[in-house]
Design a binder for this molecule. Structure first.
Ligand SMILES: C[S@@+](CC[C@H](N)C(=O)[O-])C[C@H]1O[C@@H](n2cnc3c(N)ncnc32)[C@H](O)[C@@H]1O
Length: 295
C-alpha cells in the first residue's frame, strides 16, 4: 500500500480522490494553499465531495507528511509544473502522478459515450439524438460521428446563459454563473465542426421554448449539458418522457460542486414525477447516466 497526497483540492482534485484505487493507495491528505479549505468542518468537507477523515493542509505541510506518491489534481499544465517544482523544492523525492498527463490519455466521459452508443446500436434502440447545451460543439461532433444516420438536435441559445435561468441560480444558490457565460460561439462554428452537418437541426434560443413543435419526437440518446438548474429540470421534463425504452441520457455535472443545479434538477424531477435509474460516473466533471428501462 502506497501513501498518497493529492495536491489541488478543487473539483478535479476531489474527482481524482473518487477514482483512487484504495486497495493500492492510501490517501493521507490533500494539499492546497486556499486557507478557506483548511478550517472546514468534516460535515462541510463531505458535502463538497471530499472523502471522510482526510485533512486538507497547506501544500508544504502536506508534502512534509513524506508520502510515497504525490498526485496532482489539476489539468492545467503550467500550474501542474509549478506544484511539482514546489514539491521538489520542499525536498520531496518520491513518485509523481500528474493528472494533466492522465487526462490527456484517458477521457472517461467520452469513452462512456462511445460505450453507450455501442449498446444503443447493438440493441437497435430507435429515436433521434439531441444535446441541450452545445457551446462550441465538443460533445456535439462526437454525437454526430457516433450516429451518422440519425438526426441530431442541437439546443442552445448560442448567446450563453439567459437571465431568467441566472435568477433561479441565485434564488436556489446553485452556482455563481453569470448571464452571457459561454456566449463566445455560434451555430455556424458548430456546424463547421460536424462530420455530418446535414443531419444536424439547430434549435437556437431559450430552452424549453425551442422544443416547441417537437412534442412527437423520440430520442435514443440525449446529452444534457446546460449547467444550470432551470434548463436541466426542463430538459428532464421534456426528454425523459420522449426517451425510447432502453434509451439513455448523459447528464453532465451531476456530482459537481461548481454547478449544483444538475443534482437539484434530478432531485426535483424525482420528487415531482418519477424515480430515475441513474448511475453516477467517476469522470472529472461528475457526470451520470440516466437510462430508461427497456420493456
Ligand atoms: C457547458 S456549456 C455546454 C458544453 C458542451 N456540451 C460541450 O461539449 O462543450 C453550457 C451551454 O448551455 C447553454 N444553455 C444554458 N441554458 C440554456 C437555455 N435555457 N437554453 C438554451 N441553452 C442554454 C449555454 O448557452 C452553454 O452554451
Amino acid at each position: 500500500m502506497k501513501t498518497v497526497i493529492i495536491l489541488g483540492a478543487g473539483q478535479f482534485g476531489r474527482a481524482v480522490s473518487r477514482l483512487l484505487n484504495t486497495e493500492q493507495m492510501d490517501l493521507i491528505a490533500f494539499g492546497d494553499n486556499n486557507p478557506a479549505l483548511h478550517h472546514m468542518g468534516e460535515e462541510d468537507r463531505i458535502r463538497m465531495g471530499f472523502p471522510p477523515r482526510v485533512p486538507i493542509l497547506p501544500v508544504d505541510q502536506a508534502v512534509a507528511m513524506s508520502p510515497d506518491c504525490i498526485l496532482t489534481g489539476i489539468t492545467d499544465g503550467c500550474r501542474t509544473r509549478q506544484l511539482k517544482e514546489q514539491a521538489l523544492s520542499l525536498g520531496f523525492r518520491g513518485e509523481f502522478l500528474l493528472l494533466e498527463e492522465l487526462y490527456r490519455c484517458f477521457d472517461i466521459r467520452s469513452a462512456t459515450l462511445k460505450q453507450m452508443a455501442r449498446r444503443l446500436h447493438q440493441q437497435d434502440i430507435p429515436g433521434q439524438i439531441a444535446e441541450l447545451g452545445v457551446y462550441k460543439g465538443d460533445t456535439a461532433w462526437k454525437l454526430n460521428a457516433l450516429f451518422p444516420d440519425r438526426r441530431l438536435y442541437l439546443f442552445d441559445t448560442f448567446e450563453g446563459f439567459d437571465s431568467r435561468d441566472i435568477q433561479k441560480e441565485e434564488e436556489y444558490g446553485c452556482s455563481f454563473a453569470k448571464k452571457g457565460d459561454f456566449s463566445d460561439t455560434s451555430e455556424a462554428a458548430v456546424l463547421n465542426r460536424l462530420p455530418f452537418p446535414g443531419h444536424a437541426v439547430i434549435r437556437k434560443g431559450y430552452f424549453p421554448e425551442t422544443a416547441s413543435g417537437l412534442d412527437h419526437e423520440t430520442y435514443a440518446l440525449v446529452s444534457l449539458d446546460a449547467d444550470l438548474y432551470a434548463p436541466l429540470l426542463a430538459g428532464l421534463q421534456y426528454f425523459y418522457p420522449r426517451l425510447s425504452p432502453g434509451g439513455m441520457i448523459l447528464m453532465h455535472d451531476y456530482n459537481n460542486e461548481r454547478f449544483q443545479g444538475a443534482a437539484q434538477a434530478v432531485a426535483d424531477y424525482e420528487k415531482d414525477y418519477q424515480r430515475l435509474s441513474l448511475v453516477p460516473l467517476c469522470d472529472l466533471h461528475g457526470s451520470a447516466v440516466v437510462m430508461k428501462p427497456a420493456v
